[in-house]
Design a protein around this ligand. Structure first.
Ligand code: PLP
Ligand code: COI
Length: 355
């Protein structure tokens, strides 16, 4: 046990809500475990975290999160294998990315040991909440927001870091229909698109609502200058398969550097699948679809895992993707989830055991 773990105070709930949860019918991120981890930043330093009962927060109405949106988050999962051991997938990458987001949003960086030791201590306490039903896991939401107050438009002087846990099923209930966006943008050069900043998601909601009204689930964003190149979807990076080549766009300061994306690329290369990381024009995708060369499109992300896209809409036309008996999406999803759930070889050293 590390020094910090010994320093994490734990206040347990009087009675657990675990028995109330229907683990066979979990949706995504809508029930929360008994406890959460909280650490505060005050007087220029992060204080030791505490584990407390999951509860509402009391905040000053002038807290800067409400006015200036200083808020960042991460998304991770804990997986339980058939022996009851608990695993994380590349957790240090999430820890590092939280600090990349923090820097961009003028939030003080969180020491690695608070994130890692705090997360592990919380997971050890909540391990009975990790579902074992197929496709389910314990979704982990670490986040930091400006809890310090003031109407002056400048960074707050107090912040709160929380880790909340939600036993969850899949993010999408079936195949995904996407609309390639022609008007709105998610991110711009020099902006905050690469950060997991809360506002990036709020800004997507209205255009996504318009797409949902037309029968789609998600928007695929295009570059803000020309709207000619694919960027990413609302909650996942995007891959296309043209012929036998698997292609994804390069990351940039407009696109989240997805941990699933880079893992999928590495697994695909390991499988001998030809891969390309390059700009993908919408014209090329439409052309490939018309010629029958567009074999697959899928999204990749922690919540979405690997989510096949069945239809994409563009300029008023819907293009259907074929049903393949041996898809890259199925193969890559199996390989990555076998690593995550400790069912297969961890060739790249990505698994991290908690219990
Ligand atoms: N892109 C966006 C906008 C996301 O919110 C996510 C989810 O975290 C991803 C991509 C995928 O990233 P990761 O694979 O690290 O979860
Ligand atoms: C994740 O995949 O963990 C995310 O953060 C996406 C989120 C918007 C559900």
């Amino acid at each position: 046990m590390s020094t910090l773990t010994e320093n994490i105070s734990v206040e347990k709930v009087k009675s657990s809500r675990l028995q109330e949860v229907d683990f066979d019918n979990l949706s995504f991120g809508s029930v929360f475990t008994d406890h959460m981890l909280v650490a505060k930043y005050k007087n220029g330093a992060w204080e030791n975290p505490k584990i407390v009962p999951y509860q509402p927060l009391t905040l000053n109405p002038a807290a800067k999160i409400f006015h200036y949106g200083q808020s960042i988050f991460e998304g991770m999962k804990a997986y339980k294998d058939e022996h009851g051991s608990v695993w994380l997938f590349r957790p240090k990458d999430n820890q590092k990315r939280l600090n990349i987001s923090a820097k961009r949003m003028a939030i003080p960086e969180l020491p690695e040991h608070i994130f890692m030791d705090g997360l592990e201590a919380l997971l050890r306490l909540e391990k009975d909440w990790i579902p074992t039903q197929a496709g389910s896991s314990l979704y982990i939401r670490p986040f930091i927001f400006a809890s310090g107050e003031g109407f002056h438009a400048s960074p707050a002087n107090e912040y709160t870091f929380i880790i909340a846990l939600a036993p969850s099923g899949g993010y999408f209930s079936g195949k995904v229909k996407v609309l390639i966006e022609e008007k709105y943008s998610r991110a711009a050069n020099g902006g905050v698109g690469f950060a997991k900043a809360g506002g990036n998601y709020a800004g997507q909601f209205y255009p996504t609502q318009l797409a949902v009204e037309k029968g789609y689930h998600q928007v695929i964003w295009t570059d803000d200058v020309s709207h000619e190149y694919l960027e990413e979807a609302g909650a996942m990076n995007v891959f296309v398969r043209i012929g036998d080549t698997l292609i994804t766009g390069p990351t940039s300061d407009r696109i989240l550097d997805g941990i699933t994306r880079k893992s999928i690329l590495q697994i695909a290369e390991d499988e001998g699948i030809p891969t390309e990381v390059r700009k993908i024009s919408v014209a090329e995708v439409v052309e490939a679809a018309k010629k029958g060369m567009l074999k697959e499109m899928f999204g990749a992300g922690t919540a979405a895992v690997v989510s096949p896209i069945s239809v994409f809409g563009y300029q008023g036309t819907d293009y259907e993707l074929p049903e393949l008996s041996e898809s890259y999406a199925d193969l890559l999803k199996k390989r990555i989830t076998d690593i995550q759930y400790n069912r297969g070889e961890d060739k790249f050293g990505w698994r991290h055991q908690v219990v």
